[in-house]
Design a protein. Sequence first.
Lengths: 145, 495
Amino acid sequence: MSSLVWLMFALYICIESMRLPLGSWRDPGPGFLPVGSGIILGLLSGIVYLRARGSKSPEVKESWYSTERWKNLILVLAALFAYAIFLETLGFLLGTLLLLIFLFRGIEPQRWIVSIGGSALASFISYVVFELWLKTQLPKGILGF
Amino acid sequence: MDLLSNLQLAFSVIFQTGNLFFCFIGVLIGTLVGVLPGLGPVATISLLLPSTFHITPVSAIIMLAGIYYGAMYGGSTTSILVNIPGEAASVVTCLDGYQMARQGRAGPALGISAFGSFIAGTIAVIIIMLIAPPVAYFALKFGPPEYFSLMFLGLTVLTYLASGSMIKALMMACVGIYLGTIGTDIISGLERFTYGSYTLMDGLGLVPVIMGLFGISEVLVNIEQSLKRDIYETKISHLLPNLEDWKKSILPIIRGTFIGFFLGTLPGGGAVIASFGAYAVEKRICKHPEKFGSGAIEGVASPESANNAASQGAFIPLLTLGIPANVVMAILLGALMIQGIKPGPLLIKNHPDLFWGVIGSMYIGNLMLLILNLPLIGIWVKILKIPYPILFPLILLFCLIGSYSLNNNVVEMMIMILFGIVGYLMKKFAYEGAPLILAFVLSPLFENALRQSLIMSHGSFMIFLTRPISFIFFIASIFLLFSPLIPGLKKRPTG
C-alpha cells in the first residue's frame, strides 16, 4: 500500500508544478522537469499498486514495525525534534547534555554514572572540536554558552 | 615523460604537510566508520562535509576520498570477525571470511584482505593515471545532449542494479529528480516549491537529506531491534598469509582488481556491485566451487581487492566527466561545487594540483591503510565491542551537529529528521535510497542538459539519437530499462 502514498505524492508534484510556467518543447520552462518526474512517478506507483493487488497469494503480512520496541522510535524522534526546537534557547552545551542523558538513559538504560559522565564528556569534546577547532558557530543560548 | 612530470606533481602535492595530515585523518576515520556498523562512508562524508569548507579544496577532497577507500578496508574487519559487514561492499566478504575466522584463520583472512586491498589500490591508481587524461580529452567533445544521455544511463544502470524491485528504484529516481528541482530555478530565476522558506530558496541541502536517509534512518531501524553482537573471540595471530595462501590468492586479487575497477567506473556501479561481481567470477572459474562459502581464501581476496579498486575507479567519471558514478561520488561532487570547482573535462587542465594530488593521496593513503590495519587490528576489534546503546546517541549527535553547522540553521536539522523518518519508512517498505540521492544530486545538471538540448534542437527529442555518442548511451539505457520485459534476460538476484 506504500505505493498509494507515492501516488498521492506524484499528484501533489504534478498539481504544484502546473502552477509554474511549463514552457514549450522548444524552450522548456521551470515546471517542465518536475511535471515529467511527477507523471512518471505516478505511473510507476500505479503499476506497483496494481501488481500488489493482482498478486494472488495474499501473504500473511508481518507487522512492519516492531510491536514491542516501537516506543523507542517515538522516544528518539521526540527527543530529536525537541532538541531542534529548543537548541537555540538552551544553547549547545546544555541542550546536547540533556539530549545525550536522555538517549543513554531512556532507550536502553545505562548506569547513571555512564549516562551523565558519557554525556558530559561527549558534549564537551564535540564543543571543543566543532566550536573551538573547526570554528562552527554553535548556538549560544540564553545562558551564553 | 608527461606521465613522469605528472607523477612528480602528484607527490609534491601530497607531501605538503597539510595534505599528508588530512589524508591520514581521512583514512583513519574511514577505517573507523568501516569498522563500526551503522555509520557508513556515505553518512560520514556528508557529516564531515561542512568541516571541509575551512580547508583548501585539495586537502578537502583528499580527506573525503580517504574516508571512502578507508571504509572499504575497515568494512572487511567486521565481516570477517563478527559476520556483520561494516558497510555494504563487504557483505560478500562475510561468506568466506567469517568461516575462516571460525576455523581459527582470522589472521590470514584479515591479512589477505589488507594486502589484496593494497595491491588493488596500487594497480587502480596506475590505471587512473593512464586513462583519466585521454577520457577527459574525449569528454571535451561532449555537449548537453551527450551529458544528458550519460546521466540518464547512470541513473538507469543504478536502478537496474538495485537489489530490490527495479520499478521501485525508478520511482526513487523520480522522487530524487523532483527534490533536486526544489529551490530557485537557475534559468528563469523563479522559485519552485519553496513556499516562502528562506532555507529552501537555495534548494534542499544535500547534507541533511543524506544524513537523514542514511544516518538517522539506520539508527531508527536499529533501535527497534535489540542488537547483541557476538564477536568471535579468537586470538588473532599470524596476520601474514603463508606461501600457500599467497599462491591461491594472487590471481584472484589481480582479477578482482580489474573487474572491480571496470565496474567502479561504470556510472551507477560501485564497490558493492564490484565485490559481488568478483566473487561470482571466482566461484565460476574455480575448479572446486563447492569450497566457496566454507572458508576459501580466494573468496576473501577477490572481493576485497575488487571493492577497493572500484572505489578508486569511481573517481574517473567524477574527475573527468563531472558525473558521479555512485552516491559517495555524488557527495564529493557537491563538495567540489561548494569549493567553487566545477568537475568536468577541464578539471585536469585547470586544477592539475587537485587531480594529481588526489591520485597521489590514494597511493599514499593505501600505504597508510596497510600500516593502520595490520598492526592496529587489535584496537579496531576493541572499538567493535562498543555496545550499540552507547554508540547510537553519539551517531545521532554527529548528525545533528553536521546538519546544523552547514548554515547554522535549525530548519536544516528539522529537514534531516524528517528525511530520517522517510528513510526509515523506505527501508521498511524496501525502497532504496541510492537512486534517490544520485538523482537528487544529478537533477540540476540533468535539467540543464535537457533544457539546453531541447533549445538546441528546437524541441526535438531526436537530438539524443542523431549524435553518435549520445545515441550509444541512450540506446544502452533504453535496453536496460526494458530488459526485464525481454524473456530469457532475467535480472541477477544479487547486486
